[in-house]
Ligand binder design. Structure first.
Ligand code: GAL
Length: 339
């Protein structure tokens, strides 16, 4: 009897071990099997932001190209937070519940990234932040956190330099009334965005370093928006008639808004020179039409490709081949090298 019990226990033990081993190797087999589909969440701070909209289209193109190349199906869930961090936090939860494999996040409030990181890490998801950079402390919380962006100081120095070059070539091209000073107004992006402060600071610094005799008339915050910039510029045109020679804009959309105000108020192109940043399609059109003196284009293909490739690689469980911080190449565009 005792022998039989021992034998039965031994058989049970061997069977259980064999079952567990099979189950484990089946699971390992599953993990090793290449993925046939991936799901990526793309969260935008505002879907109606021009630059972000163009980036979104380029990311969608990358996803199509990837599907064709690899045969792996990509589901890209695009969510617009419409400027609300609370909405974006709920969208993160929703995408986690949809079993996304990776999240690409354009934070509404870049200082609020830790809540997004908490949720993503708890669900085992990597996050590729872009355009609105979280603080270093947040970024250092995991090696599955990436940032893709365009260096703000570089954009500003390029913007400043194109003005320095224009002045050196012909001072009258900026000092339109020949009084020995270039009188300017400044249109700035959101105060909470790292790019606004840095772009403003370095654009002006570059003009000073290039010995352009600048004089600030006024400036204001238009939150990257064409309509807000247009309203501000209209006010300044009335307040400082005939005095503004240059409008330095933190992005193209605000420059376009200033141009709208000039058109509405019968101010001729060339009576005020304007510069922007982004090189959006509308910005490039304005450059072509001679309404914009220059802009700084970020390589959107590179930008979108980096965001998508990092997300796709991590979603598929592969190496990304990218550093934690990826900086997208930029170049100044003027009449002489525009497309
Ligand atoms: C900036 C860009 C702006 C706006 C902003 C949104 O880098 O120049 O046009 O898109 O990002 O975060």
């Amino acid at each position: 009897m005792k022998k039989r019990i021992i034998l039965a226990a031994a058989v049970l033990f061997v069977c259980t071990a064999a079952f567990l081993l099979t189950a484990r190797s089946e699971k390992e087999g599953e993990q090793e099997a290449p993925k046939t589909s991936i799901r990526i969440g793309l969260l935008l701070y505002r879907g109606d932001d021009t630059f972000i909209g163009t980036l979104r289209s380029s990311i969608e193109e990358c996803a199509k190209g990837y599907e064709q190349q690899t045969g792996i199906k990509v589901t890209l869930d695009v969510m617009d937070a419409k400027g609300s961090q609370n909405t974006q936090n709920s969208q993160v939860e929703r995408l986690i519940s949809l079993e996304c494999d990776a999240l690409c996040v354009n934070m509404v409030d870049r200082a609020a990234a830790s809540a997004v990181i908490d949720k993503a890490l708890a669900a085992g998801l990597p996050v590729i932040f872009f355009n609105r950079e979280p603080v270093e402390e947040d970024m250092n919380r995991s090696d599955r956190l990436y940032y893709v962006g365009a260096d703000a100081k570089e954009s500003a120095v390029l913007q400043g330099k194109l003005l320095v070059d224009a002045y050196k070539n012909n001072p009258d091209s900026l000092d339109l009334n020949g009084d020995g000073k270039v009188s300017y107004v400044l249109l700035e992006g959101e105060t909470s965005h790292q790019d606004s402060l840095i772009r403003t600071e370095w654009s002006i610094q570059t003009l000073k370093d290039g010995e352009v005799p600048i004089e600030r008339i006024t400036g204001g915050i238009a939150n990257w928006e064409r309509s807000q910039a247009s309203a501000l510029m209209e006010q300044w045109l009335l307040e400082y008639p005939g005095q503004i020679e240059l409008a330095i804009c933190n992005n193209d959309d605000m420059a376009l808004g200033a141009i709208d105000a000039m058109e509405r108020n019968g101010v001729a192109f060339g009576a005020i020179r304007l510069v922007g940043i982004d090189g959006t399609p509308a910005g490039q059109e304005a450059l072509k039409a001679g309404k914009l003196l220059g802009t700084v284009e970020s390589d959107r293909e590179f930008y979108a490709k980096a965001i998508f490739e990092i997300a796709a690689a991590l979603a598929a469980g592969e190496e990304t081949g990218y550093e934690k911080y990826v900086w997208c190449p930029q170049r100044a565009l003027t009449e002489s090298n525009r497309r």
